[in-house]
Each structure stands twice: as structure tokens, then as C-alpha cells.
Ligand binder design. Structure first.
Ligand code: GLA
Length: 703
């Protein structure tokens, strides 16, 4: 899908700031907020995200007085606003006037007002009121010089990703009617002749509720698609209002990283700027690894265009069971990591730590202790540092590897029942494959199964359960042009209506991959298996399998590069590689433990001619952003010990102002941002000379 034209954020600097909730504070505090924001280098704040009840106290009567004063004060202090339309949570009066606005859970129970996001995405009443507020906000502030962009709603689907109320059921029926045209079309698509599910009319269809047994899988899949679309429709309705009133102002809604419930490819296509809320858990020393995948998705959603980290925690959050703070330096490196991965700034939730409500223990840029708080000290220090790396703004991340993310396959392969194994988890597999690539030193973009794949040497597909001819065609063209493709197990199984492809898996990918699957062979809980693999040099090793294996046959023109070495599948093909045109396609029929994934994916990277770290590890991350003449290489040491990095001639550290060459020591949680002239860009498929190489001597191997 072609991304929409890009209306940029109206801000001439890397964005720095956070959510600001002035309505939780007496007006006297606002001037101090503005002063401290200036002191900390803040140039953008998000508001008024949850203030609808204060703006519209009486239906249709808006009081913008307090908001005018805040926005003017911010603007006078040189701070712009990421202006929320305020529709993230409806006022109590709307709920009492129209209780049917409230969402229902899967058992038809109405969720009561008392938290935020108290609305059904399909409610026409909610939509009418939300659009009226959006229009009033756009009319009031559309030409205010402080307006940097529109922040529509907040984290769509955060608390209510799916709704089963009567309005949702009616909306689902209309959605199905549009998709299938006739009830016969639906019966055919859903395979309702199984278990006597045939429908005579759309009126007889309900969303999948708690039932007596397994529910029709296509009904479930369509409800996932519909629920994502229902929120998208609401998003689009607000966008339409804003486009009409303020056609030149960028619109966004804040995403929640790799979020199963919403197909972000579709959401991103509707907006101008991708923004994300990222909360890596400080209790996990490797939380930066899945974070890198999330950021890879964010920059890829609009074809490499810079995105913005709109929320992160300065230290602890308040919504985990145990909310561990960030050790000194961790907030800084987490912020630089997002910027390294293409974010044009680093924003937080929130500016001033709350005094009351569910988020009073959530850290903020300005902690309860005020200026003395550690979070304020670190916030101000980071604000000053960001000014030094201003040159990276607008540059794009270089990646030679891409990982396919497909929401249909995610939903289909993780249905609640009726699968060969409930243990094969789409997200876990995507993360495991990415994590292996991370350990091997790769920066990984995310791509759709239909591409575009231009610029990538390697494309990995941890799972493509639902596969189409169009996807197979695009992947085949990528391989024939010289790409290396790796496809994981349980792929090419069904078509978009959940019908098994004729002849079985991998369906439309059969010819390209050179395999036929005879039978799924999931591993019993707690059991592992092994397969024997030989690398390109002929060195043999045993790799562990977990969760999943398959009985497959390789085509005559394909090479078996690994065989199962134990159990019922002993001696049978496990990993198959087939050359097609100038490239090759690899099929992994088993899920591999980390070491095996690194081994196999390392072999694929070698085959693509990409540089692979000699000592794989996850503490050091090197990511390069480039513009026409300069590469900005971020060296991020996520570990706690110092590491040594070999730097080529001509690099300049933007943070220290020093010219660097030879060995650069990066302390624990340390960051270097090295500017150097872009090397002449490389091969036909777009890879470039690796500008820096990590010294293996001081890195903790295998972490
Ligand atoms: C989300 C929400 C914010 C806040 C933070 C707390 O990102 O968008 O309003 O609740 O979580 O971590």
C-alpha cells in the first residue's frame, strides 16, 4: 500500500517532552511547569488527552478558557503542542445519557464507567459526540502557532480492543455483508457446512461469544479483522474532520508497539506520522531486544520515514505487578535507542508526576520531589544532550534484513482452539527470530509479506500461516532477484478464509520453498528434539528443537540442509534450501532454540554476504541512520560493563565533540553517536559497507 503523503510535525528540532495534564493541577503550578520545561529542554507536550469532561461540561457547550491559557503559556515559553482531540475517554454525562455507549465483554456483560476508554468503538452515539468535539478542537486551535500535530484519541484498543455489545454485533454484520456480498458467500467462506453452522440471513450472525465448544475459526478470524477495522473507522472519521478543517496539520495516534489487536499497517496508512508508546521492562536486562523489533516496525510502517517515540517511562511504570525503576543511565540509553532506530525525538509519559489517581506511582519527568528528583535531573541532562545530535533529524535507518509481520497470520495461527498445538505463539517466534538476528549484529526492518523488498538482502518470515498467491509471487520475485528468504514452520497453511490450501502446506509457497508438508508433528509439552545441521563449510552440529516439528518431503531440486536426528522423524528432512534465480529460499520445518536459530540465520546472512558478528551478543547494538552525506552510527552498550569498539578514521562523536578513531571505550549503559561521511553505497540489493566493527575482546559473548 502506498503511504499517504507526509505532512511533517511542525517542529524544527528533535521532539522532547511528554504528556502534560495541567487540569490535574492548580493553575498556579502552570508557570512553574513552563519554566522547568524550558530548563529541561522540552519543546513539545501532548495534551489534553483525557480532558473531554472539562472541555464539554454540558452537552454541546465547550469551555476552552483553561486550555487557551495553558496553550498560550506554553507557546510563550517556546513549547509546542501535540494537541489531543480529547476523545480518548467520554464524560460521565454522556454515559448516563446514553448507557449503550459502554462496551460489553465476550459474555455480554456491560463494562461500567470508572476507568478510561469507556466506549464501544462501533457506537454511533459515541462517534457523533467525539466528532463534534474533534471539530470544535480543530476550529478553535487549527491556526494556533503552537499546534505541532494532532494526537487523535489515545492508544486505540488499549483497554477495549474488542466489544460484543449490540451496536458492535450490528456493525459486524454490516462489515460481513460488505465483505461477502451475500449470505451464500459468507456460508461458503466460513465453511458453515461443518457442524451445521449454515446461516439463512446476516441477522442470525453474532460475534463469537462464549459458546458450547470450539467456534468457527473463520468467524473468529473475521471478528479480529472487523474489530481492528472498527477502531480504524473511528480513527478515520476523526482524520476526515481534521483534514477538512486543518488540511495541512499532521495527524497521528499513538501505537502500542507490536500490538496484536490492531493491524498497524492499515492504521499507519491513514495517518501522517507514526508515533509509538514503548515501555521496555527495566526488570529485564534484555528488554532492549524486543524494543529494537518494535522500533523496526515503527520506522517501517511508513516506508522508513522517521517516527516518534511519543511515550516512555522516565523510570518505573505503575501497571505491572512489580514496577522496577530504571537504573541511572537506562532512561538515557533507552531514549537513544529509539532515536537510533529512526525516532525523531524522545517523549515521555508524563511531565509532572501525578498526586492522585491510578498513575500516581508512575514515574514522570518531574518527580514528586520536584527539581531535586532524579528523574528531573536525568530529564534535564538528556534534554541538553539531544541538542548535540540535532543533525540526525530526518535521517533514515540502514537495514539489509527485514522480518515479515502479517496480522492475519498472527490472528489465525493463535486462534484459541482447534490448532495442531496451542504452544506455537506467533509473537514469541517473531521475537525469537529477531533476537537471533540482533545477536548476530543485524538491524532489522519490518515488511509486509507482499513487500516492497527493495534494498533488503535477507527477508525472514517466522510464520505466514495465511498465505496468498500475491504474497508468494512477491516473495518469489525477491528470491529470483538475488535475495535470501527464510520461512518458518506452519506457513502457507490456509487461505484468507481459513481453508487449507489444496495439496496442503506450504500452499502457494510450495514451489518456491521446494517442500511439501505431510503432517504437523508438534512436540509434547516439556519435550525437545534435535536435528543435525551442517554449515556452509561442512561443519556439523546438533540443534535443539522446541514446540514444533513437521513431517516434510523435499522436492528433487531442493537441498536438505538439516535432518531430524531423533524421534519418529529421525532421518527426515528438517531444513530445506532451494535456489531460485539468483537467490535462495530456506524452509525451517521446526522451531529452534536460540543457539540453533543463530546458527541457521547466521548461515543465511553469510550466504547473503552480510557481515555477521564474530562473537554474537545482545549487550552491544550498532545502528546507523544516514542522510545524503553523513552516516550517524549509534553505539549502544545495553550491558553494565565497558566494551571496546573499533572505529574507522574520520568519525566524530556528536555527544563528546571529539574526533574518534581506533578503539573507543563505551561504558555500561553508554552511548556514542558517531558522525562520519557516508561510505559509497554498495551492492545492487542495497547493502552498504559496515562502517564500524565491534571489538570482540571485551564483549560478554553469547549474552
Ligand atoms: C499509556 C497511556 C498513558 C499512560 C501510560 C502509562 O501509554 O497512553 O496515558 O497511562 O500508558 O504507562
Amino acid at each position: 500500500m502506498t503511504p499517504t503523503p507526509h505532512r511533517p510535525i511542525r517542529l524544527d528540532a528533535l521532539a522532547y517532552g511528554g504528556d502534560y495534564n495541567p487540569d490535574q493541577w492548580p493553575e498556579e503550578t502552570w508557570a512553574e511547569d513552563a519554566r522547568l520545561m524550558r530548563q529541561a529542554g522540552v519543546n513539545l507536550v501532548s495534551l489534553p488527552v483525557f480532558s473531554w469532561p472539562l472541555i464539554e461540561k454540558t452537552p454541546g457547550v465547550y469551555d476552552f478558557g483553561w486550555l487557551d491559557r495553558v496553550i498560550d503559556l506554553l507557546w510563550d515559553s517556546g513549547i509546542k503542542v501535540d494537541l489531543a482531540t480529547g476523545t480518548a475517554t467520554p464524560p460521565a454525562w454522556l454515559i448516563r445519557l446514553h448507557p449503550e455507549v459502554l462496551p460489553h465483554n465476550v459474555d455480554g456483560q456491560r463494562l461500567e464507567f470508572g476507568s478510561r476508554q469507556a466506549y464501544c468503538p462501533s457506537s454511533p452515539i459515541f462517534r457523533e459526540h467525539a466528532l463534534r468535539l474533534t471539530e470544535a478542537m480543530a476550529t478553535r486551535y487549527g491556526s494556533h502557532p503552537a499546534l505541532a500535530m494532532w494526537h487523535i484519541s489515545n492508544e486505540y484498543g488499549d483497554h477495549v480492543p474488542r466489544c460484543w455489545c449490540p451496536a458492535s454485533a450490528a456493525h459486524f454484520r454490516t462489515w460481513l455483508q460488505n465483505r461477502y456480498g451475500s449470505i451464500d458467500g459468507l456460508n461458503e467462506a466460513w465453511g458453515t457446512s461443518c457442524w451445521g453452522q449454515n446461516y439463512l440471513t446476516f441477522e442470525h450472525i453474532e460475534p463469537p461469544r462464549t459458546s458450547m465448544g470450539p467456534i468457527n475459526p473463520t468467524q473468529q478470524l473475521d471478528f479480529e479483522r472487523f474489530s481492528s477495522d472498527a477502531l480504524l473507522e473511528l480513527f478515520q472519521a476523526e482524520i476526515d474532520v481534521l483534514r477538512r478543517v486543518t488540511p495541512d496539520i499532521a495527524v497521528t495516534t499513538n501505537f502500542m508497539s507490536l500490538f496484536k489487536e490492531l493491524d498497524y499497517w492499515d492504521f499507519a496508512a491513514a495517518e501522517d506520522v507514526v508515533t509509538d508508546d514503548a515501555y521496555p521492562d527495566p526488570a529485564d536486562p534484555h528488554a532492549h531486544v524486543p524494543a529494537a523489533l518494535n522500533y523496526g516496525l515503527m520506522r517501517s510502517l511508513k516506508g522508513g520515514q522517521p517516527w516518534l517515540l511519543l511515550e516512555q517511562a522516565p523510570s518505573a511504570v505503575s501497571w505491572r505487578d512489580v514496577n522496577v525503576p530504571k537504573a541511572p543511565g537506562r532512561m538515557r540509553i533507552d531514549s537513544f535507542q529509539a532515536i537510533a532506530h529512526g525516532s525523531d525525538g524522545a517523549m515521555f509519559f508524563q511531565w509532572r508526576q501525578a498526586k492522585f489517581g491510578p498513575e500516581k506511582y508512575h514515574s514522570a519527568m518531574l518527580g514528586h520531589r520536584g527539581e531535586q528528583s532524579r528523574s528531573f535531573q536525568e530529564t534535564a541532562a538528556l534534554g541538553a544532550e539531544l541538542k548535540k545530535i540535532e543533525a540526525v533529524r530526518g535521517s533514515r535507518v540502514k537495514a539489509s534484513v527485514a522480518l515479515v509481520v502479517d496480522w492475519d497470520s498472527w490472528w489465525g495461527s493463535t486462534a484459541p482452539d482447534s490448532l495442531p498445538s496451542q504452544r506455537l505463539n506467533w509473537l514469541e517466534q517473531a521475537r525469537a527470530w529477531h533476537s537471533a538476528l540482533f545477536a548476530l549484529g543485524q538491524t532489522v526492518d519490518v515488511v509486509r509479506a507482499t513487500g516492497p523488498f527493495h534494498g533488503y538482502d535477507v527477508v525472514v518470515v517466522p510464520n505466514l500461516y495465511i498465505a496468498t498467491e500475491a504474497q508468494a509471487g512477491a516473495l518469489t520475485a525477491f528470491v529470483e532477484r538475488g535475495g535470501q528468504l527464510v520461512v518458518g514452520p506452519f506457513s502457507g497453511v490456509v487461505d484468507p478464509t481459513e481453508k487449507v490450501h489444496d495439496g496442503g502446506a506450504p500452499g502457494p509457497l510450495r514451489e518456491l520453498l521446494g517442500v511439501e508438508v505431510d503432517e504437523w508433528w508438534p512436540l509434547p509439552d516439556g519435550q525437545t528434539g534435535t536435528l543435525s545441521w551442517s554449515d556452509a563449510a561442512g561443519t556439523a552440529s546438533e540443534l535443539s528443537t522446541l514446540i514444533w516439528s513437521e513431517w516434510i518431503d523435499a522436492a528433487a531440486d531442493a537441498d536438505v540442509v538439516a535432518r531430524y536426528s531423533d524421534g519418529a522423524l529421525a532421518g527426515r528432512a528438517a531444513i530445506v534450501r532451494r535456489t531460485a534465480g539468483a537467490g535462495a529460499a530456506w524452509y525451517l520445518s521446526a522451531t529452534l532454540a536460540d543457539a540453533g536459530l543463530q546458527e541457521v540465520l547466521g548461515g543465511v546472512l553469510d550466504a547473503a554476504g552480510l557481515p555477521v558478528r564474530s562473537t554474537p551478543g545482545r549487550d552491544i547494538e550498532i545502528v546507523t541512520r544516514s542522510n545524503e552525506d553523513t552516516d550517524f552510527t549509534f553505539v549502544l552498550n545495553h550491558g553494565t560493563g565497558a566494551v571496546s569498539v573499533a572505529v574507522p578514521e574520520g568519525a566524530h562523536d556528536l555527544l563528546t565533540g571529539d574526533d574518534v578513531s581506533g578503539n573507543l571505550t563505551v561504558q555500561g549503559f553508554g552511548v556514542a553517536v558517531l558522525a562520519h561521511p557516508s561510505p559509497t553505497s554498495g551492492t545492487e540489493t542495497g547493502s552498504t559497507t559496515e562502517p564500524l566493527s565491534v571489538s570482540t575482546a571485551s564483549e560478554n559473548p553469547g549474552v
